[in-house]
Unconditional design. Structure first.
Length: 218
């Protein structure tokens, strides 16, 4: 972040310098708190996302995403958006299909530290991605990494290194030569409170727009 400096007089310059030095610890603390988000996206999930509609083409001034706000979509409803992989910009059709919920006992086996799984269950988001156009994804697509889960409006914690080969899921490391017309279901595992009432699957495009699908937690 850049700051414009004004130097009309030496007195104003000295005052501004002292103010900036005093504000530095506050800025560092704010950055540290932001970095404590539940996903692997550098804490971005803690911010309030821009909600997008389920129209087939994103709206707004940003060609990568839209500024239109609306409620959550239902399971299976799809969006069609561009996403840049390593080289080609692929147009994907994306739809959250379902969320599988574990028991608390199962969550302890999945968690990196069973002690941290008390009162939590694992939620596995199944999101179907279809390559509509734009080229061939050679291997290990990144598009699935933009999936997050929220429980009752709060960001859930990503389970790092969780297996992607749950029933009905495709491992990203096994995806190669992904051509137009082909679909894969890429899953992500998060920990959510066992008493959560609503689960949201969210996917964010590279323009900053977030799309969401609502699921009842049972």
């Amino acid at each position: 972040m850049s700051r414009r400096m004004f130097s009309r007089t030496s007195i104003r310059t000295n005052r501004r310098t002292r103010a900036l030095r005093a504000a530095a610890p506050i800025a560092i603390l704010a950055l540290a708190l932001t970095a404590c988000g539940g996903s692997d996206s550098g804490g971005k999930s803690a911010d309030k996302p821009k909600q997008a509609s389920s129209d087939s083409t994103p709206k707004g001034d940003n060609p990568e995403g839209g500024e239109t706000e609306s409620g959550s979509m239902k399971a299976g409803e799809s969006i069609t958006v561009p996403f840049k992989e390593n080289e080609p910009k692929i147009t994907y059709e994306i739809a959250a299909q379902k969320v599988d919920l574990s028991t608390e006992a199962e969550a302890k086996k999945i968690a990196n530290d069973p002690k941290n799984a008390k009162g939590l269950i694992a939620a596995i988001a199944h999101v179907k991605f279809t390559n509509k156009s734009g080229g061939v994804v050679e291997s290990s697509p990144d598009v699935g990494r933009a999936t997050e889960i929220y429980a009752d409006g709060a960001p859930a914690s990503l389970v790092l290194m969780a297996a992607e080969d749950a029933p009905g899921c495709d491992r990203t490391t096994d995806i190669e030569n992904w051509q137009a017309g082909q679909s894969y279901t890429i899953c992500r595992t998060y920990m959510v409170p066992a008493n959560a009432k609503e689960i949201e699957v969210r996917w964010s495009d590279q323009g900053g727009t977030t799309y969401s699908w609502a699921f009842a937690a049972k």
